[in-house]
Design a binder for this molecule. Structure first.
Ligand SMILES: *[C@@H]1O[C@H](CO)[C@@H](O)[C@H](O)[C@H]1NC(C)=O
Ligand SMILES: *[C@@H]1O[C@H](CO)[C@@H](O)[C@H](O)[C@H]1NC(C)=O
Ligand SMILES: *[C@@H]1O[C@H](CO)[C@@H](O)[C@H](O)[C@H]1NC(C)=O
Ligand SMILES: *[C@@H]1O[C@H](CO)[C@@H](O)[C@H](O)[C@H]1NC(C)=O
Ligand SMILES: *[C@@H]1O[C@H](CO)[C@@H](O)[C@H](O)[C@H]1NC(C)=O
Ligand SMILES: *[C@@H]1O[C@H](CO)[C@@H](O)[C@H](O)[C@H]1NC(C)=O
Ligand SMILES: *[C@@H]1O[C@H](CO)[C@@H](O)[C@H](O)[C@H]1NC(C)=O
Ligand SMILES: *[C@@H]1O[C@H](CO)[C@@H](O)[C@H](O)[C@H]1NC(C)=O
Ligand SMILES: *[C@@H]1O[C@H](CO)[C@@H](O)[C@H](O)[C@H]1NC(C)=O
Ligand SMILES: *[C@@H]1O[C@H](CO)[C@@H](O)[C@H](O)[C@H]1NC(C)=O
Ligand SMILES: *[C@@H]1O[C@H](CO)[C@@H](O)[C@H](O)[C@H]1NC(C)=O
Length: 663
């Protein structure tokens, strides 16, 4: 498009010289679309008496349109390109009042559409999940980043939702072949690009760039509206035992070296050291080959007996499951291939690779087909029937495992993300003990979504720091039922140090569930004692976690949010990433720095009980400098004034319990 200017075309067609059109004009808010002077248009917002602020750059790569089709709504036509651009607005009334501006490009597939969002001086939240999950997200860098779930960057949850601290959000339609680029045209902005190229289907005939810009009074009201209208809330929440007591997984500690004896020894160790459990997660590797869904009887002579023995010892069991089939895993691979049950590319290639190729070639089961969904479920139900396993842990599910460009069923404009949606919706049928690790438009499901494998670091290299920021990303994407990954990380680089292990557990304490694989007793008695203290603290506060889950179900409230959730106009709160809330009254400030025995803590407005102790009141807003936090201490605070009577009695009780624990 660049270089084709209106002046050149003027000889051939009529041409719009300038636009200056008010699209929103309500008390306290005015939005104008006008010619930006550098190609395309800009949207300027004026709120109250504040100076006007440019919030978006539209169609910078395009020449001026040929005609104004209408002014209300504003519809512009680029006749020679068979393209239209429209701006419409609606007013939201009710408990939350706001304005929605819808911007919609409709073009032939060969044209690239690109609009940019100005970051301004605001902080930004949401966006796709990232391995180095910096926060707020204006600190992330994206380069022509395809906005799909994918293995790269741990991008398992990728809702097209960007929210800022001034109460403005952008929500991009699911059918946009979307890319994001944070360093493209304009500094200090994110450009959203629609481009029909892999991984999006070449069978599309039109290109669309459609999004809503929503403007609300503050960041919280904006997000509440986003949950109500776009993201949706869960219809239920996971198993309560899974919330209360730890899941014990074989993965980080044993990797693939599991068998009947190892599993039972592990369970005995857990019990012997006095730790409770919700379930035992038998991870990779129990199959004879990947995709067979057939137990290797050398490792597990009778899985039914293994699982029955675990049950006698007080453990429910889940087994690891995945959507792959390896070439050479016969007869399953050839059967599935002949039935057309594995994903093929537009060129007919079915080969792919995943982390367990096992020296061969993988393939990806095509969950976009109804027959496949039925077939997969029947096989897992049969296995469940044969083994007595309680449920499964479902791994994978990102779009990127397909050979590209994937040929899928369903609406071509929802490829490829719909394979993630279809997979997750299918396996969720296994019920309240299930976990998945991906999501796309599946916020309504009442199941845990796990954070993708964490690495054993302190910092933003997918380490402890990102346990908190990933929690935020998932909650803000509309997934409040977050299952944190293994305490201490997966040890792919090295096993966690005792200090990292303990700080990780502490940071995890007020999140919805605990998951161990590395174990406290592999360190020393002090670590065992501290670990028990926090496993107990998590169990003590389970009623508060469950209450937050119920609130998520009833009104769409997130479970664990950044602290601005209770202080939406507090500019200091907007930038904080290393403190989080459980519900609206518990503020947690874990130590996430190696060797630290203190940290600074910001408490927003309100009366706060230190460690829940009603005799220790702190009034915010305040920054507690160098707050003491020895290795056995997790700083947390409970807000007093918003506590309902029944809950308050509960907290007094808990306060007593905690005081006892601390002695
Ligand atoms: C746009 O129109 C408004 C009045 O509606 C006027 O104040 C403003 O100067 C105009 N801007 C341009 C660039 O013409
Ligand atoms: C222009 O686009 C419309 C779809 O929006 C399509 O139906 C029509 O055939 C296109 N016209 C030309 C001349 O390509
Ligand atoms: C406003 O909120 C109240 C209390 O949450 C609710 O009962 C009512 O239905 C809401 N009204 C609208 C129009 O959403
Ligand atoms: C993003 O890019 C900017 C400018 O190049 C750089 O200063 C910053 O460190 C980058 N951030 C990350 C997280 O890589
Ligand atoms: C972006 O900022 C850099 C450094 O301030 C400047 O050199 C560059 O010209 C800017 N780019 C654009 C497109 O404004
Ligand atoms: C935040 O500020 C806006 C206006 O500046 C106001 O309308 C809104 O009610 C405030 N929110 C809270 C929670 O005070
Ligand atoms: C079953 O597991 C054993 C022990 O790891 C391994 O040697 C064997 O190859 C596996 N059997 C099959 C059929 O893969
Ligand atoms: C791994 O590959 C070997 C050799 O091809 C095969 O015997 C074995 O069954 C495979 N294991 C799995 C789990 O696929
Ligand atoms: C479960 O297994 C039993 C035999 O152990 C069999 O009779 C029954 O049909 C099986 N049910 C399903 C759903 O596979
Ligand atoms: C751990 O706790 C036990 C039981 O309370 C106690 O006997 C032991 O001294 C503690 N060990 C350490 C190292 O704190
Ligand atoms: C912070 O507190 C620790 C102990 O809690 C103390 O050793 C250190 O000197 C304090 N640092 C500052 C800067 O006050």
């Amino acid at each position: 498009m660049k270089g084709l200017h209106c002046v050149v075309l003027a000889a051939l067609v009529a041409c719009v010289q300038a636009i200056n059109q008010t699209i929103v004009n309500v008390p306290g808010l005015r939005a104008v679309v006008d010619t930006d002077g550098i190609g395309g248009f800009k949207i300027t917002l004026q709120r109250g008496d504040n100076a006007p602020e440019t919030i978006a750059w539209i169609g910078r790569n395009w020449p001026m349109p040929t005609s104004v089709v209408s002014t209300n709504p504003l519809v512009l036509s680029y006749d020679e390109y068979n393209t239209t651009l429209s701006f419409s607005s609606t007013t939201v009334i009710g408990n939350r009042t706001g304005q929605i501006i819808t911007v919609a490009w409709d073009a032939p597939k060969l044209y690239v559409l690109e609009d940019c969002v100005e970051y301004g001086t605001h902080h930004w939240y949401g966006g796709p999940q990232q391995k180095e999950q910096y926060w707020p997200i204006q600190n992330l860098n994206f380069s022509e980043y395809s906005y799909v779930t994918k293995e790269a960057d741990n991008c398992g949850v990728a809702e097209r939702y960007w929210l800022n601290s001034a109460g403005v959000f952008y929500y991009f339609d699911k059918k946009v072949p979307l890319y994001v680029d944070s360093k493209n045209l304009v500094n200090n902005s994110a450009c959203f690009i629609a481009k029909v190229q892999p991984p999006y289907s070449s069978k599309r005939t039109r290109n669309y760039l459609i999004y809503d810009i929503a403007i609300f009074e503050d960041v919280r009201k904006a997000h509440e509206y986003a949950v109500e209208k776009y993201l949706k809330k869960p219809t239920g929440y996971p198993d309560e035992l899974m919330i209360k007591y730890p899941i014990w997984s074989t993965w980080a500690r044993y990797k693939r070296d599991v068998n009947h004896v190892v599993v039972l020894e592990f369970a005995d160790e857990i019990t012997k050291h006095g730790f409770p459990n919700s379930q035992f997660e038998l991870d990779d590797l129990w199959e004879i080959c990947y995709g067979s869904l057939t137990v290797n009887t050398t490792r597990f002579p009778s899985m039914k007996e293994t699982i029955a023995t675990l049950r006698q010892k007080g453990y429910r069991t889940t087994m690891w499951a995945h959507p792959f089939l390896n070439k050479g895993c016969e007869p399953w691979y050839t059967n599935a291939k002949n039935l057309g049950y594995i994903v093929s590319s537009e060129t007919g290639n079915v080969d792919t690779s995943w982390w367990n190729d096992n020296g061969t070639i993988g393939s990806y089961i095509d969950f976009s087909k109804e027959a496949v969904r039925k077939w997969y479920m029947e096989r897992l139900i049969k296995l469940q029937n044969e083994t007595g396993v309680d449920a499964y842990k479902f791994d994978g599910g990102e779009t990127s495992w397909s050979p590209t460009v994937a040929v899928l069923e369903g609406d071509i404009y929802e490829h490829p993300n719909l394979i993630t949606t279809d997979y997750v919706r299918t396996v969720a049928a296994f019920g309240s003990l299930v976990e998945v690790r991906v999501g796309f438009g599946t916020q309504d499901l009442p199941i845990f979504v796990r954070m993708i494998d964490k690495d054993t670091y302190w910092d933003f290299r997918n380490g402890l720091a990102t346990l908190i920021t990933t929690l935020f990303q998932m909650n803000i994407n509309g997934y409040p039922l977050v299952l944190p990954d293994m305490i201490g990380g997966n040890g792919y680089n090295e096993a966690p140090s005792r200090e990292l292990f303990v700080r990780w557990l502490q940071a995890n304490t007020f999140m919805p569930s605990l998951q161990f694989s590395y174990v406290p007793w592999d360190y020393d008695d002090e670590i065992v004692n501290i670990s028990k203290k926090f496993v107990n603290l998590h169990a003590e506060y389970t009623p508060a976690i469950i209450e937050a889950c119920k609130k998520a179900v009833s009104d769409g409230s997130p479970v664990n949010m950044p602290i601005w959730w209770i202080a939406p106009n507090d500019t200091q709160a907007h930038a904080i990433w290393d403190e989080y809330l459980l519900g609206e009254t518990i503020l947690v400030a874990p130590v996430v720095t190696n060797n630290a025995r203190s940290r600074d803590i910001y408490l927003p407005a309100g009366k706060w009980y230190e460690q829940g102790d009603k005799n220790k009141v702190i009034t915010g807003p305040i920054t507690l400098k160098n707050y003491s936090a020895p290795l056995d201490t997790l700083p947390f605070f409970i807000k007093s004034n918003t506590v309902a009577p029944v809950y308050s009695a509960l907290l007094v009780l808990l306060g007593v319990v905690i005081n006892l624990l601390y002695k």
